[in-house]
Write a protein that binds this ligand. Structure first.
Ligand code: GLU
Length: 462
């Protein structure tokens, strides 16, 4: 049996970072087992459809280099992979369920359902369909269909039963059927609802493992029933813990800018570091390592060792991981990534850029840090963090009037001049940094001046 995993996003905007973490698990599990990873687009909710969102999903997966084996774009043996292109399939299977007596047409109007809901609310009852149409006779149904009365299809839910499944991550989960609504499976516009589309497609696309966020657990009993009604084997389900906000309160929400995948690209994170961080928060490396690449993750991880407990998303920790990746990179590679990322750097002198790499590498967390740390190499600062103290200028002017423009010689000369003038070396260095870079913190100063050159340094002093 070939392992087949899938991600089934709805094209409703930028993917959430939690989606990428699911993709990572899907992708890693498929790679580990020699299986396939599928992208299916669940675009049946036309009200929430966002134009262009499908391309954004492809771009996000490409950025993380988590490419599917089959997708709407790539095609594959189970095409089409866009649910909106599969409507006749859902219609056929919905009719099969109706014929088997597991589903029924419902002709209730919006007004009737609204009145029913209000009444239930007033009586403090849970909002559930009252099953009115379940008892329509075959003749009544036929007459209404012949008269083209708008309708949906609802699935039946048995009374007083336990519905259960074994989750590969969370263990045995049981539900009471009496709290489950007679769910609409086909809408009046001919589109399936999520519950129906997901089951039909996971089955037809021969998905063996469904990994998805924990928020879908409460939907799963409906899926369990649908598999049973069709007589299909249910794929193994693993509901992944939700990623929480940093304070541990609630799911990492779109209100936080960094819930959206796009944030990471724009802020200058490296996709491989983000993936490393995401693996870290849901799984522990057997040797306690925090930095490991994707191949190592694929080789080492076991689905059953994914933590069931919801992790917190700690941006500072991610910065640390990203910084580790930056420091481990060769200067040329880091430069290529910065050039790719930052338009301001694209036209600059490559040789000079390369010389600055060792000085800034240790201080960078994200690619966007480069420009704030190193822009002074490429032009006089336009802004100064504070006013410079002119009293240091004279001392520096003479101390830097040396032939041997190396950081060692500069250091000696500045210290000697500083002692002679009765000043504190710390203050003098700080002032020199401010005059040359506009800032009071930055890369190692004298090494930077060595690169900048004597003439430019002295001109900045003036
Ligand atoms: N279309 C659902 C989503 O937007 C898929 C959930 C699932 O994986 O079953 O996430």
């Amino acid at each position: 049996m070939t392992i087949r995993t899938r991600i089934a996003p709805s094209p409703t905007g930028f993917p959430h970072i939690g989606t990428i973490y699911q993709v990572l698990i899907d992708y890693a599990y498929a790679r580990k087992t020699g299986g396939k990873f599928i992208l299916r687009l669940e675009d049946t909710d036309r009200a929430r459809f966002v134009e262009g969102a499908e391309d954004v999903i492809y771009a996000s997966l490409a950025w993380f280099d988590l490419e599917p084996d089959e997708s709407p774009k790539l095609g594959g043996p189970f095409a089409p992979y866009r649910q909106s292109e599969r409507l006749p399939i859902y219609k056929k299977y919905a009719e099969e369920l109706i014929d088997k007596g597991h589903a029924y047409y419902c002709f209730c109007t919006r007004e009737r359902l609204e009145a029913m809901r209000k009444d239930q609310e007033a009586k403090h009852l849970p909002p559930m369909y009252d099953k009115t149409c379940m008892t329509l006779s075959a003749q009544e149904v036929a007459a209404k269909l012949a008269a083209h009365e708008p309708h949906v299809v609802r699935m039946k839910i048995p009374e007083h039963e336990k519905i259960s499944f074994d989750d590969i991550i969370s263990g045995h989960i049981e539900f009471d059927s009496d709290v489950i609504d007679h769910q609409v499976i086909m809408k009046s516009d001919g589109y399936p609802t999520y519950h129906f589309g997901v089951v039909v497609d996971d089955h037809l696309m021969e998905i063996t493992h469904v990994f998805r966020g924990k928020e879908w657990i409460s939907s799963t009993p409906k899926h369990v029933l649908l598999y049973k009604y069709f007589g299909w084997q249910m794929p193994i389900h693993g509901h992944l813990p939700l990623i929480l906000n940093e304070d541990g309160k609630g799911k990492l929400s779109k209100r936080h800018g960094h819930a959206s995948v796009d944030y990471y690209r724009k802020a200058g994170y490296l996709p491989e570091a983000v993936l490393n961080y995401l693996s870290n928060i849901v799984w522990n490396h057997p040797e306690g390592k925090e930095i490991y690449d994707r191949e190592e993750f694929i080789a080492q991880f076991e689905v059953t060792s994914i933590t069931a407990q919801a992790p917190r998303f700690d941006l500072k920790k991610l910065d640390w991981v990203n910084g580790q990746y930056i420091r481990a990179m060769k200067d040329e590679d880091l430069l290529a990534r910065i050039v790719d990322f930052d338009d301001r750097v694209k036209q600059l002198d490559k040789a000079l850029l390369l010389k600055t790499m060792p000085l800034v590498k240790e201080r960078m967390h994200v690619l966007s840090d480069y420009w704030s740390l190193a822009s002074f190499f490429f032009g006089k600062p336009d802004e100064f963090e504070r006013d410079v103290n002119a009293k240091y200028k004279e001392v520096l002017r003479s101390a830097l009037n040396i032939g041997d423009w190396t950081h060692g010689a500069m250091e000696q000369s500045i210290r000697a001049a500083t002692d002679a003038a009765g000043l504190k070396a710390r203050d003098v260095f700080m002032e020199l940094r401010l005059m040359v870079t506009g800032k009071t913190v930055g890369p190692p100063l004298l090494e930077a001046l060595e690169i900048l050159g004597k003439e430019e340094t002295l001109s900045r002093l003036e």
